[in-house]
Design a protein around this ligand. Structure first.
Ligand SMILES: Nc1nc2c(c(=O)[nH]1)N[C@H]1C(S)=C(S)[C@@H](COP(=O)(O)OP(=O)(O)OC[C@H]3O[C@@H](n4cnc5c(=O)[nH]c(N)nc54)[C@H](O)[C@@H]3O)O[C@H]1N2
Ligand SMILES: Nc1nc2c(c(=O)[nH]1)N[C@H]1C(S)=C(S)[C@@H](COP(=O)(O)OP(=O)(O)OC[C@H]3O[C@@H](n4cnc5c(=O)[nH]c(N)nc54)[C@H](O)[C@@H]3O)O[C@H]1N2
Ligand code: SF4
Ligand SMILES: [Mo]
Length: 776
């Protein structure tokens, strides 16, 4: 009798990178458990890990290309599908210009090695400025801050939770999200260890979240007012003479400007608006500054709101002025085995902002992309540059972008749309062709992106558990094939692109990763260099840490000569160590690793300083909301994942999680009982969902999760349809943005709540009917 076998890998469903152990019998999965041998996650997993099996076995998951015909979807060959997609895109571009094709790259892109490796050439072959991604509904603010302050959009400081004495969590709920821009699997254990060594976790959030419940302190804060809180905390720092910039003092510019800037923002003044007590604000700042080490961490609630950029900037300033930047226990930088931030510094590709503006709303570009809040405008507004054809990959903008109804309307009138996705969902149903890639267990995995965000440096490769089904394609193969077909036919360019195509095809995702690992900072010692050259390298790195050559060395295996590390990483070595390899705790690396001119950190970038005027106005704005007016906030649930994990019975079973949380005082005023259906409306539209009354939320705040709303017809999501919920983005306003960047302000927008009893005359949208009548 053959024994069941064990397969080790990393779960790629969220940012936590948990090591898992899959027990299987000839490929039939018997169990998915945490891998105690994984150096980062040490056995932790969450309930979503088992959904990898559900996803693999899901009969609704697409495996072959589909073409939309008047008779319905028809299976077609890969060759025909790829040719058709390329020729439709090319024809539209030939007629209307390159920008007539738009693209949206969704969240799972960063969890997919193959996409990460092949999207760049694909984007360059498409040659369109109309690029959009989940970045602008998510982490754009911390990236822009990193670019302006550290000279590199990828240099996002990570809380060193394992060594800190104090952590402040602002607008983040890692107990549900498992951490974001902070890969810290087993967050709860890490918090327990922090508390056991006498440290503290403090949560500031409009809701008493799952994270707040394990914290030592929780403070309610009114949505969208975090930047004011930070100004007042900085005010206290100066007032109490607690500024301490330590080792980096000589590399900081603008401390006095910060001091002047915060003068008018006293704790007393901001208390009224934030809803926090002045004495609490003062005490928080003092305790943080006095802690031996501390890290201030903010995430979605601090980023996708009216002042998301300012909030993220001020968080970094606060960490810096309390001596917690780049110090153990503070916020630090990773050094991943494929060192993307290091490579960006070398290539000069460190980020861009406002190098051009979007056509319709004139929003600034960031990193070559426009804010997704204006995607639909670019499709719906006629004129030169209008998007007429659209590519989506790993995204579901109908449910994920603000004003999803408008996105839906825009998709319906496109000349052509193609989706690289293995589900026929609310977005891909509008495509003319769907190109489904293989599932996560059918290809290898290495986290190129998330290794930049971990609380400890590790490296791990997961081999495929299953051979891909016959005649299926990986994401990287789809993009490589499309790139080839889209390439320019000028003989010179053709030769270069054909060479690139053949190289990618031959190397595959594994081959490309192997090269990157070997050339990385923990890489194998290349044989090509002589001893003399190595000595030179060492000399350059030590004597001229700020020079370009040293930057190049920094991302190469030679830098280990200066650090005495002997990892010799390659794909082979990772395969020999399937639990993963520990590369140690985060190390101080500033100023050497800065991408800025002169290796200095500007605490007061002009772009942010100018926006203070807007914040000042917010301070003066009188807000007395009407009883039926609420500030909307989002919420994540550990058994859900954005818009796409609702087709797993194990994850969606149990009570309905798509509910609106509100405070008992508000419920009483409006005559709402627990479980009543309420109508939540904005100028965009309305949704109807059950009320859940709880003391765990601030008065005048309403909390609704996103990613639901699977009642639309024409999808193939048999489980999700039965647990449809409603999409909060059917009512979020696409004009509710952080005015500095155009990033969606999902959090803090005003909504009106009414009961069905009162609002009898409201004409409610019949989702099913509306969707089917307008389906393309
Ligand atoms: N289970 C699960 N895990 C996930 C995801 C998922 O959908 N489900 N999504 C993944 C993704 S894509 C991301 S980006 C991360 C997000 O990771 P997190 O940011 O940790 O997740 P959220 O639950 O959105 O947490 C945001 C918190 O901000 C609070 N908040 C809202 N508005 C404000 C405000 O104005 N100020 C303050 N201070 N707080 C506010 C909310 O109450 C909420 O507790 O999670 C990832 N992990
Ligand atoms: N109101 C509100 N809206 C929000 C948020 C919020 O907090 N509130 N959060 C925002 C955030 S942080 C994010 S990141 C976005 C996420 O929104 P999106 O970027 O739209 O991503 P998902 O909803 O995760 O959709 C993932 C899609 O990718 C497909 N997919 C999964 N794995 C793969 C793969 O390996 N390859 C390919 N080709 N496809 C794959 C799935 O089938 C699914 O269709 O939502 C944003 N929208
Ligand atoms: S927290 Fe859950 S979903 Fe995220 S990587 Fe770990 S097991 Fe996977
Ligand atoms: Mo996200």
């Amino acid at each position: 009798m053959p024994q069941p076998q064990k397969h080790l890998r990393t779960c790629n469903l969220c940012e936590a990178m948990c090591g898992i152990e899959i027990t299987h019998d000839q490929g039939h999965i018997l169990a998915i458990k945490g891998d105690p041998g994984d150096p980062l996650s040490k056995g932790h997993i969450c309930p979503k890990a088992v959904a990898l099996q559900d996803l693999h076995e899901d009969p609704d998951r697409l495996k072959y290309p589909l073409l939309k015909t008047p008779e319905g979807w028809e299976q077609i060959s890969w060759e025909n599908a790829l040719n058709e997609v390329a020729s439709r895109l090319r024809n539209i571009q030939a007629k209307h210009g390159n920008n007539a094709v738009g693209i949206y790259l969704g969240n799972p892109t960063i969890h997919n090695l193959g996409s990460m490796l092949t999207l760049m050439p694909f984007l360059s072959a498409l040659g369109t400025s109309n690029r959009f991604s989940a970045t602008s509904v998510d982490q754009l603010a911390p990236m822009l801050v990193a670019m302006k302050m550290f000279g590199n959009q990828l240099m996002i400081p990570i809380p060193d939770i394992d060594r800190t004495d104090m952590m402040i969590c602002l607008g983040a709920n890692p107990m549900a999200s498992n951490g974001s821009l902070m890969t810290a699997p087993g967050f709860k254990n890490r918090v327990k260890a922090l508390q056991d060594r006498g440290g503290k976790l403090i949560v500031i959030d409009p809701r008493l979240t799952e994270t707040a419940k394990i914290a030592d302190e929780h403070h309610f804060i009114r949505p969208g007012t975090d930047a004011l809180l930070l100004m007042a905390m900085l005010h206290t720092l100066f007032r109490q003479d607690l500024v301490d910039t330590g080792r980096l003092t000589n590399h900081l510019q603008g401390i006095n400007i910060v001091k002047n800037m915060v003068v008018g923002f006293t704790p007393q003044k901001v208390a009224r608006i934030t809803g926090m007590k002045a004495k609490d604000i003062r005490q928080l700042a003092i305790n943080f500054a006095k802690a031996p080490s501390a890290c201030f961490y903010g995430r979605m609630g601090a980023s996708t709101q009216e002042f998301g950029t300012l909030t993220n900037w001020l968080i970094t300033v606060f960490n810096t002025l309390t001596g917690n930047l780049d110090e153990p226990g503070g916020v630090m930088f990773t050094r991943p085995a494929v060192d993307l931030p290091g490579l960006a510094n070398v290539s000069g590709n460190t980020g861009s902002f406002n190098s051009r503006k979007s056509r319709v709303r004139k929003y600034p570009e960031f990193g070559g992309e426009f804010p997704a809040s204006t995607l639909a405008d670019e499709m719906l507004t006629p004129g030169k540059g209008q998007i007429r054809a659209f590519v989506t990959s790993a995204g579901n903008p109908v449910l994920s972008l603000p004003n999803g109804r408008k996105v839906e309307k825009a998709l319906q009138q496109l000349d052509f749309m193609v989706s690289v996705d293995f589900y026929l969902n609310e977005t891909t149903r509008h495509a003319h062709i769907i190109l489904p890639p293989t599932g996560p267990l059918e290809h290898g995995h290495y986290d190129l992106a998330l290794n930049m965000m971990t609380v400890r440096n590790t490296a791990k490769y997961s081999s495929a558990l299953y051979k891909p089904m016959p005649d299926t394609r990986h994401d990287w193969q789809i993009f490589n094939e499309l790139t080839r077909r889209l390439q320019s036919h000028s003989p010179l360019k053709w030769a270069a692109s054909e060479a690139q195509y053949l190289a990618i095809k031959k190397l595959g995702d594994e081959g490309m990763l192997d090269l990157a690992l070997k050339a990385g900072p923990y890489g194998r010692q290349p044989e090509a260099l002589s001893d003399m050259q190595k000595r030179m390298a060492r000399f350059m790195y030590k004597r001229f840490p700020a020079s370009g050559i040293s930057a190049l060395l920094d991302v190469s295996p030679y830098s280990r000569h200066t650090r005495g590390e002997q990892h010799n990483l390659s794909l082979k070595k990772l395969k020999q160590n399937p639990h993963g390899i520990d590369l140690g705790p985060l190390q101080p690396c500033l100023p050497e690793r800065l991408g800025t001119q002169g290796k200095s950190i500007n605490l007061v970038p002009k772009l942010f300083m100018k926006d203070i005027v807007r914040l000042q106005k917010r301070l003066e704005r009188k807000t007395k909301p009407a009883p039926d007016s609420f500030a909307l906030i989002g919420r994540r649930d550990v058994r859900s994942n954005n818009s796409w994990m609702h087709n797993s019975e194990r994850l969606v079973k149990g009570k309905n999680r798509c509910t609106a949380l509100l405070h008992p005082d508000d419920a009483k005023k409006l005559g709402i009982n627990n479980g009543d259906n309420i109508i939540v409306s904005t100028r965009i539209g309305e949704i109807e969902l059950p009320a859940q009354i709880t003391e765990e939320i601030m008065p005048s705040v309403l909390c609704v999760p996103h990613g639901w709303g699977h009642q639309r017809t024409g999808t193939q999501l048999s489980v999700a349809e039965k647990h449809a919920g409603v999409s909060v983005n059917d009512i979020t306003d696409d004009y509710s943005i952080d005015a500095l960047t155009g990033v969606a302000a999902f959090n803090g927008q005003q909504v009106t709540v009414s009961t069905i009893k009162i609002e009898k005359n409201v004409v409610r949208l019949n989702d099913k009917r509306l969707a089917s009548s307008s389906a393309s």
